[in-house]
Design a protein around this ligand. Structure first.
Ligand code: SAM
Length: 241
């Protein structure tokens, strides 16, 4: 996969690409990163990329010309162009999985008051990373890239993303590692039992418990089998008592 980040602040991406899983994926040739500075495409003699909004109002708006010329220069028939903006559907794990199947992602990072609406005609998708406003799209792009790259074949161990939060619309069960006891707080006995069936069932129940507590909205979309439904019913009953 190739990932191109179009930004006015390309220096922000250097440490991100050179750290942890992003670096590992790049060194294994599973992903190729590039940053494109949108300013390189402006036709303004003072290299301006923004201007005042028509109709008045606060702040500056990124102009359409540098962004569209940048896209015309780097886009191929395999490119999938994403504009990061709070005015969009919220990104989630299902979107990350879908994007991990693409061969070339171009992520456009807005700044100031955002981008001229006419850019919309040149993008395939708009994505928000949540219901809050950031200064620029750079952190949003990093979040999208991180969540996509770790899903690429060969980046992580084969089954390590299968049981994570949001798979089947559930939050992940609690995880523990050594020591067995910390300041009197003990790891649940079942995890030390070596009994795989009981461990699986305990994890399913605790995953349901967390989801019910923190994200009950997800349960409406979860495809629960008989066992999971029975465990959920038991948890609901527990919470009534
Ligand atoms: N005036 C815009 C609005 O109210 O929708 C906000 C612009 S914001 C200050 C500047 C840029 O940050 C946006 O163009 C976008 O690229 C990025 N950004 C801010 N919040 C974001 C979010 N929740 N998700 C994705 N991108 C975001």
């Amino acid at each position: 996969m190739k990932i191109s980040i179009a930004t006015l602040f390309d220096a922000m991406f250097e440490p991100f690409f050179m750290t942890s899983i992003m670096k590992k994926a790049n060194l294994k040739n599973l992903v190729q990163f590039e940053t494109i500075n949108i300013r390189d495409y402006t036709k303004d003699k003072h290299t301006r990329v923004d201007d005042y909004p028509y109709g008045g109002g606060a702040g500056l708006v990124m102009q359409v010309q540098p962004i569209v010329d940048m896209l015309k220069a780097i886009k191929t028939k395999d490119s999938h162009v994403i504009l990061l903006t709070p005015a969009a559907p919220v990104f989630n794990q299902a979107r990350a999985r879908a994007l991990s199947k693409k061969s070339h992602l171009i992520l456009i990072c807005g700044h100031y008051e955002g981008v001229d609406e006419r850019v919309m005609a040149y993008v395939d998708e708009v994505l928000s990373i949540g219901d809050y406003v950031l200064t620029g799209g750079e952190l949003a792009a990093m979040i999208v890239v991180d969540s996509v790259v770790r899903l690429l074949d060969g980046v992580l161990a084969a089954d390590s993303t299968k049981e994570e939060s949001f798979e089947n619309h559930l939050l992940e069960y609690p995880q523990y590692t050594r020591p067995e006891t910390f300041e009197g707080d003990q790891v649940p006995g079942v995890l030390l039992s070596g009994h795989h069936q009981q461990i699986r069932s305990w994890r399913l129940k605790e995953s349901l418990r967390k989801t019910l507590k923190y994200r009950p909205d997800l349960l409406e979309k979860a495809d629960l089998d008989q066992e999971a439904q029975a465990l959920l019913n038991a948890l609901l009953k527990e919470s009534e008592d």
